[in-house]
Structure formats: C-alpha cells, structure tokens
Write a protein that binds this ligand. Structure first.
Ligand SMILES: Nc1ncnc2c1ncn2[C@@H]1O[C@H](COP(=O)(O)OP(=O)(O)O)[C@@H](O)[C@H]1O
Ligand SMILES: [Mg+2]
Length: 519
C-alpha cells in the first residue's frame, strides 16, 4: 500500500544510507554507528578539529536527523486492524479479532487478487457474523478481514465537507441524483447498461432520515398514473403508497410499466428486486421502453444476486427516490417485489440464527417492511413526494400470506389483480371490487366519488347475477339496477380495460367515467 514508500524511506534512513548524519561523513565506514560512537571511538589519523566546533556539528547533525525522523512519523498511517475468518457456513461467515458495528462494511482480500465484500449482520460474543455480498469462492481459513469504513469515516475538513456525525452518514455512500436518469444500475450503483461510469459527485448513504410524521405534507393532490381504471376508480394521491397484489403472470409488470410510461411524475425510480434476470431485461426493453427509461432510474437486483444485495437494492432505489424528493420532485417509485425483499431478509435472518415465527418468517422481516415503506410518501412540507407501488406476490392467490397481510396493514391502499380476469383477456386485470385506495376520498370531488361508486355497484350487481343471466333465469324488469348493469356491461368492461400502448390521462379517464355512468 502507500505505506511502502514511507517504509522505504524509513528503512533507508535507519540504515543510514542517505539521510543519517553518519552517511554524510565521508570517512564513516560503519553507517549504523551513532554520532557519539563516532566521536569517542575516533581513531583516524586526521588532526582533530577543536572540541567545541566538533560538538556543534554533532548537535546539528543530531537535530537534523531527529527532524527527519519526526517527518517520517508524520507520514506513517495508523495501523490497519485486520480480523480473521474462522468459519464459513452456508451464507454466513464468522470473523474474529475485529470490531465493527452492525451494518458496517468489510472486505476479505483473496489470494487471486480479488476480494469478497461483506456486511456485518450480527455478532456472537467476540465474533462478527458477516454476510457476503458476492460469492464466497476463494476465501481460505484464517483469511484477513479489513474494515471498509475506516478511510471514509474520517472527517475531511480540508475538502470543505462537514464532518459526518451520524453513524449512518459514515456508512458507505452510493451515487444518487440526476446522473442516474436513463440508467440501469445494480444494488451498489455499478452500471449494468454498459453506458459508462455513473457520475458520483452526489452520493448518499442507504439509510434515510426518519421524517417526523407531523411534519409530513398530507396527501392532497392526485397523481395521474395514465391508467384509466386506476385514475377513475382507485385515484392515487401524491405521496400515497400502494400495494399491487397478484400471483405471477397476471400482469403486474405490464401494469407497472404502463404507469411508468404514462404517469405525470417527474422521475420514476424502479427497483427490480429478486425477479428473474430475463424479466429485468424484458421490463427495461419491452415494457418500459426508451421513452419510459429516459426519465427513469432502474435498480436491478435479480434473484441470482446475494440476499444482501437484494435488500440493498430496495434500500438503494428508495435512497435514490428520497434524493429526488429532496430536490422537490414528484417521484413514482416502483418496487417489484416487496415479497422478494421480505424473502431476502428471511434468508439472512434464518442464516444467522433468528427463529422463524410466522409461516417461516422471522420477526425481523415484519420490522423491516414498515421501515422500508415508511421512507417513501410525502416529504416535509416544501419538498417533493414519493408515490410508491410495491408488488406483493399472493401465490395461489392466497390473500392470507403473512407478507400480504403485513403489507396491507402498512400501505395506504391495495390494487388486486385477478387471475380470472386475466385469463379471460381482461387487461389490466384489476379487481375493482377488492381494490381500494384509502386516500381517494380526500383528493377527489364528490361527483367523481359518486360516479366511481355507481360504476362499482353496477359492476358488482352484474357479477353477482351473472349465472342467472347466463341461464336465462333473470326476468328483465324485476331489478332496475341490474337492468342498467346489463345494458352497460360492455361499456363498463371496455372502460376498465386498456391496451398496453394506450395512455389515459386523468382528464380523459374522468370524462370516460362520466360517459359510462351518464349514457
Ligand atoms: N394490458 C395488457 N394488455 C395485454 N396483455 C397483457 C396486459 N397486461 C399483461 N398482459 C399479458 O400478461 C402477461 C404477463 O404479464 P406480466 O406483467 O409479465 O405478469 P407478472 O409481472 O404479474 O408476472 C404478459 O406477457 C402479457 O401477455
Ligand atoms: Mg413480473
């Protein structure tokens, strides 16, 4: 390392090769001898100079020698503390001999010149439990562990930066800001799109600042997402957080992509967490498309990266969104999926020995979810907003899944996609009966709410009686409401459906709603 140079100078100096006082004396044959020795054991035949003068020269040499020593000491960097890996089992590595805080970052140099980066996820007595960010191939027993925080934690007043006081602020920083627009990065901010390095002049740590709930701006304005069924029936407010509940293959990604392309939000941040790698590419190239990507930032942590990187990907996407919100922008954050985030946390918690509680999920999972979700929403008054959509997998369309349950409790609304609708070709397969936007009544007009309620009633009435109607058991005229529902059925279905390439802004959606109800 850069100590090598200093060590070089030091060893030269100590061996008296060039700077020691002795080396400047041409007669000197023994460079190691100290000045006193040369003074007392001087047996050279040369006529000695007067004693006082010789003393003076000696003092000067000594002083200059000590001055050099002082300079070298100033150059020397503090000792770097290294721990050792004593155990690797499955996902967890155990290190001893080094003290790092929970969440601290460290690395293990490999013999082939590479390194494995890891994070402290717990400790046990004097031992640290480390979770690697990448594969652990190449780590040998007793491998050294170095902290990654040391050099970055030191305040650097000479660069005009304020000292970082919070522990979180001293943690690793990742690029945020406008430089990321149109880019696809991994969970550590490394570009995946091959478009060159990401400018890292603005960086932020991954843990956000908690917003005082009383200081948050309330949800007061609507957010146009460009999807008719949502704009009209489940109006979303700026700063609202919604869940998109569905099994796989029901159209979550397509719906999210449509929102990303057609929304009026200033910036879109997409976190693709734990999805298959192929889906990441598909989402970016086909669903988001070039025009969607231009004002988006995509953070991809697919299923094949470590659990830690999947967690980090979600935090990083949130951090990027937070920075745009600080700049006063209205951000649309899309997180696909929250379930995979919970699964990553489960993987880590179980690996370090946390007991599973609810259906195999350890308690820390249920603490992590609200911590992530609470970071989004509206900022303090005067800041921008983060409107967030989190997808939640309801496998086998099981709405009682513990993650779905927990998500429903912490989100301000949920949009449920229905497999039967999707199978019948009704896209987006939004089940307007089961879905709810909890902010809608605060941000929409009375007429709008009435119209939406009426449409929902007609839709439900038809569904309830569908079988009767199909077998011809319903006698028209016996239920006036059902008569209207039957008459408007096609119109309503057409209203709720929307093609992938069709944009329906807020005004158009409301006009459409009025038409369907009024006609
Ligand atoms: N609005 C839509 N219009 C037409 N087809 C759609 C629409 N939404 C989804 N689909 C179809 O559903 C398939 C699966 O959608 P996808 O979003 O990938 O599901 P998920 O993300 O829930 O697994 C798509 O490949 C597409 O064929
Ligand atoms: Mg998908």
């Amino acid at each position: 390392m850069n100590n090598a140079n200093d060590a070089d100078i030091a060893s030269k100096l100590l061996s008296g090769q060039d700077q020691s006082p002795e080396s400047q004396t041409p007669e000197s044959k023994t460079p190691q001898s100290v000045p006193e020795a040369s003074g007392t054991a001087d047996t050279s035949p040369v006529d000695p100079a007067p004693q006082a003068m010789q003393d003076n020269v000696h003092t000067q040499r000594w002083q200059s020698y000590l001055k050099d020593c002082r300079e070298i000491i100033n150059l020397v960097e503090p000792l770097e503390v290294a721990g050792r890996i004593v155990k690797v089992t499955g996902l967890v590595m155990v290190a001893t001999g080094i003290k790092l805080p929970i969440g601290g970052a460290c690395f293990i140099p490999l013999q082939d010149g590479g390194r494995v980066e890891a994070e402290v996820v717990g400790f046990d007595g004097e031992n640290l439990l480390l979770m690697p960010q990448t594969a652990v191939e190449g780590v040998v027993p007793g491998a050294k562990v170095f902290s990654m925080d040391v050099t970055e934690t030191l305040p650097k007043p000479q660069f005009g930066r304020p000292p970082r006081r919070r522990a979180q602020d001293r943690a690793r920083h990742f690029p945020v800001g406008d430089g990321l627009l149109g880019r696809v990065v991994d969970a550590a901010g490394i570009p995946l799109d091959g478009l060159g390095p990401i400018p890292n002049d603005i960086t932020a740590p991954l843990s956000g600042r908690v917003i005082n709930p009383l200081m948050r701006a309330p949800i007061e304005e609507t957010m146009d997402v460009g999807v008719r069924a949502i704009n009209a029936m489940l109006t979303v407010g700026r700063g609202q957080r919604l869940g998109l509940f569905a099994g796989s293959g029901v159209g979550k990604s397509v719906l999210l992509g449509m929102m990303a392309r057609y929304t009026t939000a200033d910036v879109i941040v997409v976190g693709l967490i734990g999805e298959r790698g192929r889906e990441v590419q598909e989402f970016i190239e086909q669903i988001l498309g070039p025009e969607g990507l231009a004002r988006s930032v995509v953070v991809a942590a697919p299923a094949d990266v470590s659990a830690l990187m999947r967690l980090q990907g979600a935090s990083y996407a949130t951090t990027i969104a937070e920075r745009f919100r600080q700049q006063g922008k209205n951000v649309l954050l899309i997180m696909d999926s929250l379930t995979r985030y919970a699964m990553a946390q489960r993987e880590i918690a179980l690996a370090i020995g946390e007991p599973p509680a609810t259906k195999g999920y350890p308690p820390s999972v249920f603490a992590k979810l609200p911590a992530l979700v609470e970071r989004t929403g509206n900022g303090a008054r005067g800041e921008g907003s983060i409107t967030a959509f989190y997808t939640v997998l309801t496998e086998g369309d099981d709405q009682q899944d513990p993650i779905a349950d927990s998500a429903r409790a912490i989100l301000d609304g949920h949009i449920v996609l229905n497999r039967t609708l999707a199978e019948s070709g009704h896209y987006p397969a939004i089940d307007i009966e089961q879905s709810i936007s909890r902010a809608m009544h605060n941000i929409t007009s009375k007429e709008h709410q009435q119209a939406a309620r009426l449409l929902k009633q007609l839709y439900s009435r038809y569904l309830r009686n569908q079988d009767l109607i199909a077998v011809g058991a319903y006698q028209p005229g016996s239920d006036p409401m059902l008569d209207i529902a039957i008459k408007k059925r096609d119109q309503i279905n057409q209203f709720l459906q929307q093609d992938i390439h069709e944009c329906a802004d807020m005004q158009f959606s409301l006009e459409n709603l009025a038409q369907v109800i009024g006609a």
